[in-house]
Design a protein around this ligand. Sequence first.
Ligand code: PMP
Length: 385
Amino acid sequence: MLAKRVYEIEESAMVKLTSLIDEMRRKGIKVISFAIGEPDFPTPKHIVDAAIEALNSGFTHYTPSMGIYELREAIAEKCNTQNKIPCKVKEVLVTPTKLAVYLAVMACINEGDEVIIPDPSWVTYEACVKLAGGKPVFVPTYEENNYALTQESLQSAITSRTKMIIINTPSNPTGAVYTMSELKVIADIAKDYNLLVLSDEIYEELVYEGKNYSIASLDNMFERTLTVNGFSKTYAMTGWRLGWVVGPEPLIEAMNKIQQHTLTCSCSFAQKAGIVALKGDRKPVEDMVREFKERREIICKGLNEIPGFNCKKPAGTFYVFPSYTFNQNSLEFSEFLLREARVAVTPGSAFGKCGEKHIRISYATSRENIKEGLERISKAVSKIS
Ligand code: PMP
């Protein structure tokens, strides 16, 4: 009864895990979750207030499908100044970030087109490419290379059907942040082989060493790059479903055409709040980033003290991606930790073959939870080491 495309994609491992955790919690079991993909902070009050004000003033109807002009202007301004992306207001589409990825792929990928995706990476890229009828081509990346796509790995993956390279910096799940020279390598290949780049920069503000650079800011890259970003992680606004994509006008127009027939437009009052998020007080963001940085220290130190774990300190996001030496694959090991330690983590294999023998741990949870979770893990693995 169902369309073939539905069978091509898998239910999200994270969503499955969340329902298992819910079930355990309903039974009264105290689970510590390191599987969280969102900041554990409230949306800053001034942003919430802006949405309330918009609601009370009756701003509750459709907006233009591209988004309200003032928000698009604020996004263009932010991209120009902070990211050095030379986009104009007409090259900004307001849309939830996950949908931005989907629209980008739907607008650019034909049946059989190949899309290069780093392994490991966020599973939605693969799903979107398959839904569009494209072929995901996974390129292995390794910790010793900062999980970056390299010239050799890209060149060996490119064929006459390659249409797009997807990158995610800072990266979910590895936390790696591409350096400028790593981005230049990808940019040169994209130009040499006439490829599009989809750059997902949703974690851009959660960087603790150095800075995140946008590949669209490099010479002659804007014309072939779609940069997706959003409010979810920076402003703790995951439930608001608000983000954006910037890129060359013909691609943005094509994506908007699909948006008009699916989403219509992003939520009106969330858009009003988005303007305030971009233009308003930065202190709540700075406080959150500072707290994440402290927690990163605690989690890395704690994990490295447990025999069997090796945890490098990633430059960004709120994830660490340690490898381990225990004799179980990452799905078995994650199930073991949930059963034995009542600690939920995400198996590395959920992000691709190269994620095997790793787990993803999110530290978007309190310091107390982090400490208790580490103790529980330490106790549980002492039984299998
Ligand atoms: N990109 C990456 C790498 C993500 O991890 C996520 C959220 N997990 C998104 C995009 C989607 O963000 P949103 O929920 O704002 O659509």
